[in-house]
Design a protein around this ligand. Structure first.
Ligand SMILES: [Zn+2]
Length: 400
């Protein structure tokens, strides 16, 4: 049995959006929720206390990275990840499956998942060079450690054992995350493997940590439906939707519309690795309860700071400004007049631009605080709007 409870508190009349509450050993989480990503047991440039001050409800940590460094023996010594990183609220861990994609197939094909999964957004796609670091077969994913070159076979059983040692509140099954470039036959075979692994993960789990299954199936309707039904039929605490979500955001919405109606209504639904302003509105509207994405901190470090519609944020400028632009050189206003984060309360755009141009380390912290605050605040506003049956109206204001 898992120490986990999900209660639907309110279902929207105007859309499939819903409000819920997840109960874990480390506290309660209101849904919909956004999980900032603490890849190496830290949200980049921020401390656990910062995340607490920002009112983050739950963090996503990375199994693959923490397994390699600092290694399980260190985290075990501390009695788990919570104590190690001094974070008292819930943690979700991924399975390492995503690395099979990003470090193996992703490098091979020049596609990643997070900000660049959609080939039609090719402009944003990095051009990775290098050899293939990961191989997938029915047993698991074989990695070569980037630190010492050691060969590691990550099996579904090992992924669960690692996550049990990390002590996360919510674990994810090992899956194979296919690429938008995989054909039907590859995706079909991969799905069979992913489903077998899902059962193996359930069988391996010994603790009362929650375990979420993952729906895969690429952009193929029959495979997504099959996967949604299969994963829904197993005894998971929640369900994540992952993998290739098609070639455009439109495809992603289509995939969600295929899968979500087939999922158990009583279980929370997590969308893996997706998170833009538009995504929040479009996916919550379709019944998604939680998101994780590195984008707020990654974009902050690249100079992109989020702004509200009242500040001129819109779909076209992706709700962000580029602080490196010379127009901000003498700008004595905060990033947003409508933001009450620590950064906006204390610093001007001119100062932030200066820190950014000088590559001062404080820039990364201040920028990340603002962007994370923006994301968490937007989700709070969305929750309030759902409750007041005002969600579609809010969506219109933001996405007009
Ligand atoms: Zn701010």
């Amino acid at each position: 049995m898992s120490f986990f409870e999900f209660k639907i508190e309110y279902e929207s009349q105007e859309s499939k959006a819903r409000l819920g509450e997840i109960k874990t050993k480390h506290g309660k989480i209101k849904t919909p929720v956004f999980l900032p990503v603490a890849t190496n047991a830290s949200v980049k440039s921020l401390t656990s206390e910062d995340m607490n001050d920002l009112d983050a409800e739950i963090l996503m940590a990375n199994t693959y990275h923490l397994f390699l460094r600092p290694g399980l023996e260190v985290i075990k010594e501390f009695g788990g990840l919570h104590k190690f990183m001094n974070w008292k609220k819930p943690i979700m861990t991924d399975s390492g499956g995503f690395q099979a994609f990003s470090l193996g197939f992703g490098i091979e094909h020049g596609v990643g998942k997070i900000s660049n999964i959609f080939p039609d957004e090719a402009k944003e796609r990095p051009k990775p060079k290098g050899e293939k670091f990961a191989f997938v077969n029915d047993k698991g994913v074989t990695f070569y450690s980037p630190y010492d070159g050691k060969k590691i076979l990550l099996t579904p059983e090992l992924s669960i054992e690692i996550q049990e040692t990390l002590g996360s509140d919510i674990m994810l099954v090992l899956d194979e995350c296919t690429s938008p470039l995989n054909d039907y036959e590859y995706t079909l075979n991969s799905l069979k493997r992913t489903h077998k692994w899902a059962e193996l993960c359930l069988k391996t789990k010994k603790t009362d940590q929650a375990l979420f299954g993952i729906v895969q199936g690429g952009e193929y309707k029959d495979l997504r439906e099959e996967s949604a039904k299969f994963i829904s039929s197993l005894d998971f605490d929640g369900i994540a939707i992952g993998g290739s979500l098609g070639k455009s955001k439109k495809d992603m919405h289509k995939i969600l519309d295929w899968a979500i109606p087939l999922l158990n209504r009583e279980k929370p639904r997590h969308l893996l690795g997706i998170g833009t302003v538009e995504d929040f509105f479009n996916c919550i509207e379709r019944g998604i309860d939680s998101f994780d994405c590195v984008s707020p901190t990654r974009l902050a470090r690249a100079g992109f700071l989020y702004i509200y519609p009242e500040d001129g944020g819109n779909v076209k400028n992706k709700f962000r400004i580029d602080i490196g632009k010379s127009i901000y050189k003498k700008d004595n206003s905060s990033i947003s007049e409508n933001c009450n984060c620590y950064t906006c309360k204390n610093y001007t755009k001119a100062y932030l631009r200066h820190l950014y141009m000088a590559k001062e380390l404080s820039y990364y912290r201040l920028a990340s605080i603002h962007n994370i605050h923006f994301f968490l605040n937007l989700i709070k506003d969305i929750r309030k709007a759902i409750k007041e049956e005002n969600f579609l109206e809010l969506k219109k204001i933001w996405l007009k």
